[in-house]
Design a protein. Structure first.
Length: 786
């Protein structure tokens, strides 16, 4: 952890204690003992072993009746009588709300055998209803059994149906389905002693053509979740490939269950997690709503057999050897199973809750937040409407937020300084009567770029004639005050829309040109705050031979994403705003999964995840260039646009989407193809931008929000969050598919809007087949006003 890290910034871990076979009652006292140890919650089974035995006896009696019957249809399905006092230890009291109630893991709601499914449903419904009656707030449910004989994933829909029903029993309860990260048919705990699943009759276990697969399906468990859509995840000891981890990361996860078996023993015999697991926990704990951690089967609560025992609280302060991850103390190497076997057992564990202590230690040692994480805290995955600084007048507080950026203004200053140095070195003529380089910040806001231009002039030693143009009358007040108080009157402040500004006025009543036009009119998708339209409109003041625009160009970029949380939020907004699903939103993307990545094509086809357990970096998304704008535009293009204005015959027959077509040179359209290795759901498109502020002999200065280039071009820049183009109906993407995205920038001379369409293709026997297509989305009703 960074020494300067602020403890207030550190994530809070909520840690629970869970035993899959808790054999002792969860009493108020036990809960207090667990809290003394620094656990935040406990799991408790809803029903007892007595109830389990009662159900098994009922099943045997039914099977005996079937065997004895001449006509099986005459035997009624078994009925479980209501719970009795011996069937459950749970009771309504003050502490029940702090428990995570467990439904019986031995039922099989997904069983293809109707008798097993019928019994399981009854058990499940009675348990959920009783837990809700007692006031339980969270219920953990064993996920569906994914394999029955030859059948794979056959009963997931049955399971999902039962969950729906349970939600109607307890509308205020959180149901959390416990799932493994990957579907490994060779590891199936539901076939244990006492489980109902093995009682399923053979006749119901025959596959519908073909044997059920016995190979690991990395996305199989996610597939099941996709039908059920509420989840708790069990962290396996061998983490699956990063593509699977990233997929789960994008889902609204409530609980992360870490079984004791997932811990390793380090050289000194302490229980630790692999570097990969640590990285995964860190990733999750940086979410706005991080999941709770459930330590599973790490031994009983200390003192369970001794109510008078004095508990020591896990504080998270551990010795270096206690937390050393590996046998050789190297942080990048975990023990192989053979090495682990050689590690001497810890003789006498001093710490009664070593796993909890280790998790508390991790909590204390989370890496410090990056500037963007600190700045954006609370904004993760929160949808915001993009600003319209042209149509609206921004508030002072909005400018204040921009001005906190530690990078943007610094980079602008570098760009202006480089431009001034080159101007001087190249001996270019200037537009001012006294030879100063005329610099205008157009859209000056409260003036931070003006300050930077003045500094750039001082540091480069190039004299400038400084102008600040702003159309927001309120910001204009501050600009004038600034000029008086801090710029010593060195700036001429003009209140004007830049498009109608005539240029620097001279003593003789004429208007001169500007040598360097500085602007910051960029939105999250580069051109969505109408920088192209504004800069075209002010180009008439630019020095026609040497004039420079800072920025000189900008590009929009995008990539398809799975974003279930954003999709739900957009859908919820639709009730009050029908345009929400067709409105691009600014959002600090966090819990998302990139569907198309540039990682080497290994993971989903290989049978295991990263070998060493070492931290694997998330794959690089395939972020593609959509389009570009450069400034100044050619004089011929501006001349044609001017000709079209007013609708003369010489200006053509009008615009394709309305208006005269005067802004049609800013129309753009582009189709992109993204390769997707793993199946998933496309909920929308993530948009970014890059810009070249200046490029010349003195250097190139760029800004970027593109996740692939931001670190190289403008690390820690916080001014812009990405943009999200939602899909009304998510598009299901099969394995080894291609996503084609077509994007349009449309205009009718009065506004600009975007349109987008997503198609999914697979190639079968050499033919590219379209398997899904989204609607054509259009933000025309919510366009950016010119
Ligand atoms: C994104 S803010 C940038 C403000 C300031 N340059 C900064 O970097 O903090 C864009 C500014 O441009 C102004 N603006 C937008 N369109 C304009 C136009 N056509 N003419 C003049 N000002 C404009 C807005 O009012 C706003 O102050």
């Amino acid at each position: 952890m960074d020494a300067s890290a602020n403890y207030d910034d550190m994530p809070v871990f909520y840690v629970g204690h869970h035993e899959t076979k808790r054999s002792y009652p969860v009493t108020d006292l036990l809960l207090l003992q667990a809290q003394d140890c620094n656990y935040d919650m406990l799991t408790a089974p809803i029903t007892t072993a007595h109830f389990h035995t009662r159900v098994l006896n009922l099943l045997s009696a039914h099977n005996a009746a079937l065997a004895a019957a001449s006509n099986k249809d005459d035997v009624p399905l078994p009925l479980i009588s209501p719970l009795g006092p011996e069937d459950t230890l749970m009771t309504p009291n003050d502490t029940v709300s702090q428990l995570l109630a467990l439904t019986s893991p031995w039922i099989d709601l997904a069983s293809p055998d109707p008798v097993i499914a019928h019994i399981s449903r009854q058990v499940f419904t009675q348990e959920v209803a009783y837990a809700c009656f007692c006031g339980v707030g969270n219920i953990i449910i064993q996920g569906p059994k994914l394999h029955h004989g030859d059948l794979s994933q056959d009963g997931v829909a049955q399971f999902a149906r039962a969950i729906q029903e349970a939600l109607s029993i307890g509308p205020y309860v959180n149901l959390q389905i416990m799932l493994p990260m990957v579907d490994d048919p060779t590891v199936d705990s539901s076939d244990e002693m006492g489980s109902l699943a093995p009682f399923a009759r053979e006749e119901y276990l025959q596959g519908k053509g073909g044997k059920g697969s016995k190979t690991v399906d990395h996305f199989g468990a996610w597939d099941a979740w996709n039908v059920i859509r509420t989840v708790s995840l069990i962290l396996p000891s061998q983490l699956p490939p990063m593509s699977v981890q990233s997929r789960w990361f994008s889902e609204p996860l409530r609980l992360l269950s870490i079984p004791g078996s997932t811990f390793l023993k380090n050289k000194k015999g302490y229980s630790v997690l692999s570097v990969g697991h640590q990285a995964l926990i860190t990733r999750y704990m940086r979410l706005r709503n991080p999941p709770w951690i459930l330590l599973t089967d790490v031994g009983p609560i200390p003192g369970v057999d001794n109510p008078d025992a004095v508990m020591s609280m896990s504080t998270g302060f551990l010795s270096p050897e206690a937390v050393s991850t590996t046998p050789d103390a190297s942080p990048s190497h975990d023990p192989t199973p053979a090495e682990a076997a050689q590690i001497p057992k810890q003789k006498k564990p001093q710490d009664p809750t070593p796993h909890l202590s280790y998790i508390r230690y991790l909590q204390k040692h989370q890496p410090a937040k990056t500037p963007i994480e600190r700045f954006g805290s609370g904004y993760q995955d929160y949808l915001q409407s993009p600003l319209q600084p042209l149509a609206d007048n921004l508030e002072s507080i909005t400018y204040e937020v921009f001005e906190k950026d530690p990078v943007k203004y610094e980079w602008y200053e570098r760009a202006i300084e480089a431009a001034l140095r080159d101007w001087k070195a190249q001996n270019k003529t200037t537009s001012s009567p006294d030879g100063s380089v005329v610099v205008a910040v157009v859209g000056a806001g409260r003036g931070p770029l003006v300050t930077r231009a003045l500094k750039a002039s001082a540091s480069s030693g190039v004299k400038i004639d400084m102008w600040a143009v702003e159309k927001n009358p309120n910001a204009y007040v501050l600009l004038q005050r600034h000029n008086h108080d801090t710029w010593n009157g060195a700036v001429t402040v003009v209140k004007s829309d830049m498009r109608s500004w005539k240029g620097p006025h001279r003593g003789d009543g004429s208007h001169g040109n500007v040598d360097i036009l500085v602007s910051e009119l960029l939105g999250s998708f580069a051109d969505n705050e109408l920088s192209p339209e504004c800069l075209d409109g002010v180009q008439h003041v630019l020095n026609p031979t040497h004039g420079i625009s800072i920025p000189t160009s900008y590009t929009a970029h995008l990539t398809p994403i799975a974003a279930p949380k954003l999709h739900n939020d957009v859908a919820a907004r639709e009730a009050t705003d029908p345009t929400a699903p067709e409105t691009p939103h600014v959002v600090m993307l966090h819990a998302i999964d990139y569907l198309s990545t540039l990682a080497p094509p290994s993971s989903s086809s290989s049978s295991s995840g990263p070998k060493s357990g070492a931290a694997e970096n998330p794959a690089t998304p395939d972020v593609q260039l959509v389009w570009e704008f450069t400034h100044p535009v050619s004089a011929a293009v501006i001349a044609q646009a001017t000709l079209r204005q007013g609708g003369s015959a010489a200006g053509g027959a009008g615009g394709a989407t309305g208006g005269d077509g005067a802004n049609e040179h800013n129309f753009r359209c582009r189709k992109m193809s993204f390769a997707c290795r793993d199946r998933g759901i496309c909920h929308g498109l993530a948009g970014y931008f890059e810009t070249v502020l200046y490029q010349g002999p003195s250097g190139k200065v760029e800004l970027s929000t593109n996740p692939n280039t931001i670190d190289a071009k403008s690390r820690d820049m916080i001014s812009w969050f990405p943009i999200y183009f939602p899909l009304k109906t998510p598009v299901l993407i099969p394995d080894d598919a291609e996503i084609d995205v077509t994007m349009w920038r449309q205009t009718d001379d009065r506004k600009v809007w975007y349109e987008w369409l997503v198609e999914a293709f697979v190639t079968v026997r050499g033919r590219r087949l379209r398997v899904a297509v989204s609607e054509l989305h259009s933000s025309r009703k919510n366009g950016c006003l010119m």
